[in-house]
Write a protein of this length. Sequence first.
Length: 328
Amino acid sequence: MIDSIRGQSLLTLEGLSARALVEILDTAESFVEVQSRSVKKVPALKGHVVASLFFEESTRTRLSFETAAKRLSADVLSLAVASSSVKKGESLRDTISTIDALGIDAVVMRHSSSGAALQVSRYVPHVRVINAGDGQHQHPTQGLLDAFTVRQILGERHGTSGQESGSELFKGLHVLIVGDVRHSRVARSDIQAYTALGAQVQIAAPGTLLPPDMTGWPVTLAEDFSEALEWADVVALLRLQRERGSGSFVPSLAEFTSSFGLTIERARRLRPETIIMHPGPMNRGVEIDSRVADLPAAVIARQVSNGVPVRMAALYLSVAGLKRDGAL
Ligand code: CP
């Protein structure tokens, strides 16, 4: 078990202990306040250079990582892949070596290939690599911001800060993850975050959208979706990943929605305190009814906002790697 990511790359949540996760969540909490300052900056990574390399589309992750790096006063090199020499056939290895030659401390990378972030960490071992999503494998900062959002909401209800509660609020929490688990890196990272912190996780999905081998997954499969919805304290919906061919894994989108979509009728039967989450981008009308997405119980915009302090924490711990003296 890894007890801290200080000074380390963040490639996966697999193997991170509750202590390591809580350290990241607590660090993120200390950065929340920076968002409300008139000058939204701290000097924590002044003089450091962060490269932002998104080989796959992104809105939330890219913008929040770049915002996070800038709020930490890092310099950001942002590669526009579509107009870069990648389009002339330059390999990932040569692309990384070229960017490394400019002098960088960290790479934030998204790639469609599972394992790409690990590969880059081997090409440039002196650079810290933060995985911003690799294929179907991992999306560690999404798992972290989802856990952070849940802890923040539960803390508000209990009148405690997240830092006071550590992982206590997750003990016995019921998290239901619904939809395209097979293709979802978010599901994999969420499961690792929630279970390491002490929550129980159930999965609800059509059999065709489950991974072929779930040996060792610390989850149970929901036998009855309606019962699972009643059981859940948190309902985490997944995007049906049509770009990864998910559409062909279900008879039709309408049939998927009718069996596993969070329709307004299903949402009305949730307990009032149940938290509804979606990592985005949403397929409104497919995995989530548009009216459900706009309910107060749906915390989708809050997840996006929390992406910034959580990614500040990941960058800060990974790149600076030293204990802060409290002066931000
Ligand atoms: N949740 C998420 O990864 O969204 P983006 O693809 O927009 O970054």
